[in-house]
Design a protein around this ligand. Structure first.
Ligand SMILES: [Zn+2]
Length: 244
């Protein structure tokens, strides 16, 4: 099973971080290593896929806090494991409370504070990005845990790239022009990774502390799940961050 790791996080041995890909699971067809119960897959398959992934990370699934994602810009504090309704980001200062982000094209963003060891996991699709969810996550870390943005280290994971992520004018117009490239037939290419990168900079996260994974989930062949590419047949990947 291939697990996406982060170069910036690997400098801190206390961090457990990994993101699943599409490969190495037991689900049928394109679902393969599907991590989501909310797609057309059997419960038993997803449970086995998750067991394999958490086994590879060497953590129990019971130590994870899951946001019930809804394309909002809401970020909550996770003081314990379990489900968090109607939010798209979690932050915590608790050791051994691992934060999950579920994606298939949307941008997964993970943060670690070198000083307090606070962490964040954020799900940013176009709605979350244009409503500044990653700004909200950093601000909540500042407010709740007195985090200094210059101590933050960030990883922006595999997600829809500007090579493939086409949107209509009504979506494109909600972003700064520098993140949008006009294409044919009134369609636009949107650069969600750069928009989130820019939001991190605006909060004071140093550029040298931010790693952006280069892969585009839509065109990286069969390596990642992609809702844009596979529609209802698409599974979901899971990214996990925690501090031991
Ligand atoms: Zn692409």
């Amino acid at each position: 099973m291939e697990i996406i790791r982060s170069e910036v996080f690997s400098r801190y041995p206390e961090i457990i971080f990994g993101m699943s890909t599409r490969q190495g699971g037991i689900s049928a067809g394109k679902l393969d290593l599907n991590m989501s119960f909310n797609v057309d897959d059997t419960r038993a398959n997803v449970e086995e896929n998750r067991r394999r992934f958490f086994n590879a990370l060497q953590i129990p699934e019971s130590s994870v806090a899951f946001p019930v994602q809804c394309h909002s810009n809401k970020v909550l504090v996770a003081r314990k494991t379990g489900r968090y309704e109607a939010c798209d980001g979690l932050i915590t200062l608790q050791r051994n409370v691992f934060l999950a982000v579920s994606v298939a094209d949307c941008v997964p963003i993970f943060l670690f504070d070198r000083n307090t060891k606070a962490i964040a996991g954020v799900h940013a699709g176009w709605r979350g990005t244009c409503s500044h969810i990653v700004n909200n996550a950093v601000r909540l870390m500042k407010k709740e845990f007195a985090v200094n943005a210059t101590d933050l280290v960030a990883f922006i994971g595999p997600s829809a790239g500007k090579c493939c992520y086409e949107v209509g004018g009504e979506v494109a117009s909600q972003f700064e022009p520098k993140f949008v490239e006009e294409g044919k037939n009134h369609k636009f290419k949107l650069d969600l990774k750069s928009a989130n990168y820019s939001q991190l900079l605006s909060e004071g996260v140093p550029a040298e502390n931010i790693e952006v994974h280069s892969a585009c989930t839509i065109c990286s062949s069969e390596r990642f799940h992609s809702y844009r590419r596979d529609g209802k047949e698409s599974g979901r990947m899971l990214g996990i961050i925690g501090v031991r």
